[in-house]
Design a protein around this ligand. Structure first.
Ligand code: ATP
Ligand code: MG
Length: 525
């Protein structure tokens, strides 16, 4: 084909103009990445060089979708805490900056789910549907945003609700040796929030998988998962995950609190959290302090627990109640981490292994337990009956120890001991069986009216159960007044005592039966 040179020239000119125009209008769409390299990887830690602009706590991305948090930011090297499987990482691998801090997905879609601290599902219900994200580290609410603790958080455990009351927005430590029922107290409290419009977050840190499975199974069995989120960092996860778990769980809880809900969060347990942080700090070569914990161990726990609060009305009036758990060794509550946590929180529930061995369950040691703010939030009906209970119980425990030496007891002492033994029986409670408020009040009133003193000790379990059942007969208006009335009126008190007295009639000693003398001490028993 013969093409005249002039038309070829015009084709070239046209193409050239097109290319020039395209070039002029081209805007390069490049995202610059700052890339560094791994110099060293060890247990849960990586050292990275070549990222001079990295900020403290910035998220860094490693190959294989593993993320890490920049912890030690030095001039020429960064110590990074790894949050995923680091077995494939090696020196020389590329590391990217992300210019953001660690955050977690939050929202209603998390209710009923079991997730890891990064928000990935651990149950079989598919991906988690959430819309919002919150940073895991957030400043605690300032003082002016807070309201006083005024509403009680019912645990359903009579020993706690009567003697160591917890308020919504309070931080109450649960501590005790291993296997003393710490988790059970927390799970019972979550179970008791059914139909009370409280969202619960259970954060398991560094526990055995079987213990977590049992807790989740109990929550499922009691239909408590509908309003609960479970965040799990297992014992064999990298220490970085255990470290961020409670912060992520707190952010998840804060989302609900911000929406005006009442939230309960359980950290089970912070001993493992402290150990994970110690491990990371030692690997990062931070200077060790007492018990080899780093100097800021108090700060990391107080920073987290300060986030529990009761917000004022303008901010929606939501609350976040925290139940951190701590494991003590050989009943030493003055060890480093327990004393730290005791001083951070607003009270503690101490579970004693000796009571556990005696079968006094829940093994709450009333003498060593205290609630510093909950008493103000306790309903007046409780205050009327539980006022002297703690003192009387303490007196009984002291006399009981004394009576063990086989001393001959005068009538008054024997009476205190007999009454104390019945008091202890009233406070006993099996797992996963929360007691309603009217049932608790009925038992406590019957106790203060000394109705149980005529019941034989071996029949106390049935007698207490009978009073609890009879409490269903308390009229609804009387029950409503437990919450609202400033004082338990004498009429209400008499009505409830009459109901309890009727329930205890079958347990009255038979008039003709030979009076059986009861042993005054356990040793004699
Ligand atoms: P760990 O130190 O292993 O975390 P823990 O202090 O959390 O233990 P739990 O696991 O709650 O203790 O309870 C220990 C055992 O005591 C469990 O087998 C539990 O079923 C039992 N238990 C706890 N509370 C009660 C109770 N009120 N009545 C009967 N059994 C109970
Ligand atoms: Mg436990």
């Amino acid at each position: 084909m013969n093409i005249p040179p002039e038309s070829l020239q015009s084709v070239f000119d046209g193409a050239f103009t097109g290319i020039s125009q395209a070039r002029a209008s081209f805007v390069p769409n490049l995202t610059p990445h700052e890339v560094g390299t791994i110099t060293n990887v060890s247990t849960g830690i990586a050292r990275v060089s070549g990222l001079p602009g990295t900020g403290s706590e910035e998220l860094l991305e490693f190959p294989g979708g593993v993320f890490g948090i920049a912890f030690n930011v030095d001039e020429d090297e960064i110590g990074v805490v790894l949050l995923g499987d680091y077995s494939r990482l090696q020196s020389g691998d590329e590391v990217k900056r992300t210019s953001r801090v660690m955050d977690v997905a939050v929202g209603n879609g998390l209710l009923g789910r079991v997730i890891d601290p990064l928000g990935r599902p651990l149950d079989e219900n598919g991906p988690v549907a959430t819309s919002d994200r919150l940073p895991i580290e957030r400043p605690a609410a300032p003082i002016m945003d807070r309201a006083p603790v005024a509403v009680p958080l019912q645990t359903g455990l009579i020993a706690v609700d009567a003697l160591i009351p917890i308020g919504r927005g309070q931080r109450e430590l649960i501590l005790g040796d291993r296997q003393t029922g710490k988790t059970s107290v927390a799970i019972d409290t979550i179970v008791n929030q059914r139909d009370r419009n409280v969202v619960c977050v259970y954060c398991a840190i560094g526990q055995r998988a079987s213990a977590v499975a049992k807790a989740v199974a109990n929550l499922r069995k009691e239909n408590a998962m509908d309003y609960t989120v479970v965040v799990v960092a297992e014992g064999d996860d990298p220490p970085g995950l255990a470290y961020i778990a409670p912060y992520a769980a707190t952010s998840i809880a804060e989302y609900f609190m911000g929406a005006g809900r009442d939230v309960l969060i359980v950290y089970d347990d912070l001993t493992h959290h402290a150990r994970a942080y110690r491990e990371l700090s030692l690997l990062l070569r931070r200077p060790p302090g007492r018990e080899a914990f780093p100097g800021d161990i108090f700060f990391i726990h107080s920073r987290m627990l300060e986030r529990a609060t009761h917000l004022n009305k303008e901010l929606g009036g939501g609350s976040l109640t925290a139940l951190p758990i701590i494991e003590t060794e050989a009943q030493d509550i003055s060890a480093y981490i327990p004393t730290n946590l005791i001083s951070i929180t607003d009270g503690q529930i101490y579970l004693s292994p000796s009571l556990f061995e005696l079968g006094v369950l829940p093994a709450v040691d009333v003498g060593k337990s205290v609630s510093r703010v909950g008493g103000k939030a306790q309903w007046a009906a409780y205050r009327a009956v539980a006022g002297d209970l703690k003192l009387a119980y303490a007196q009984f425990v002291e006399l009981e120890t004394f009576a063990r030496f086989g001393a001959r007891l005068d009538e008054a002492t024997r009476k205190i001991i007999d009454h104390g033994q019945r008091m202890r029986a009233c406070l006993k409670q099996p797992e996963l069986s929360p007691i309603s408020v009217p049932a608790q009040i009925a038992v406590l009133l019957a106790l203060t009216a000394e109705l149980f003193d005529r019941v034989a000790l071996d029949q106390m379990v049935d007698a207490v159960r009978s009073v609890q059942k009879a409490a269903a007969a308390i009229p609804a208006d009387v029950c409503a007044r437990f919450e609202s009335a400033p004082k338990l009126s004498n009429d209400d008190r008499d009505a409830i005592i009459a109901i309890a007295r009727r329930a205890l009639e079958p347990f009255e000693p038979k008039p003709n039966a030979a009076k059986k003398t009861e042993p005054a001490t356990r040793e004699e028993a």
